[in-house]
Design a protein around this ligand. Structure first.
Ligand code: MN
Length: 162
């Protein structure tokens, strides 16, 4: 790995990488392929900061209007700042409308999902541990339990009540 900052465009240690329209210089935009099981939809990921000498990573996720992130849980936490647009998130049994610059904390082993419910893109920064466990997906039983809550069920149908 090249340790000299700024030598290559794709060097994460470049001192300055310009932003333009929620894309960053030298950062690969990784489209998530659409998922047959509808676990996620219309979401892309850019890894902004990731380095062997740091214990954390900062990523930018963006959903097109109507898109959503994977409904999942895991031991590692997420520290999220909404960077673009408005939408909704689910954390545990709580559904919340979110907008630009709001902060969202996802505790360990807590079901969570973000949805671009407002007819516009929803983008967020997400800080995570570099060393982290693999996400768990909900079983049919887990989904039943989540959907027992009226507000959560509406959120999962992409029709949040508030
Ligand atoms: Mn997650």
């Amino acid at each position: 790995m090249n340790r000299e900052a700024g030598v290559a465009m794709d060097d994460g240690r470049a001192i300055h990488r310009k932003a333009k329209a929620y894309r960053w210089q030298g950062v690969e935009e990784r489209p998530y392929k659409e998922d047959d099981r509808a676990l996620f939809r219309s979401i892309t990921r850019q890894v902004l900061f990731s380095d062997p000498d740091m214990h954390g990573e900062l990523r930018y996720f963006e959903m097109a209007a109507g898109g959503f992130s994977t409904l999942e849980r895991h031991e590692h936490m997420h520290a999220v700042m909404i960077l673009r647009g408005r939408g909704h998130c689910l954390v545990g049994n709580e559904v919340r409308p979110v907008e630009t610059h709001d902060l969202v904390t996802v505790p360990p082993m807590t079901w969570h999902q973000f949805r671009a419910t407002r007819g516009e893109p929803l983008g967020f920064l997400c800080m995570v541990n570099a060393a982290r466990d693999k996400p768990q997906l909900p079983s049919a039983d887990d989904l039943d339990k989540l959907q027992a809550d009226h507000a959560v069920a509406a959120f999962l149908r992409n029709e949040p009540v508030s």
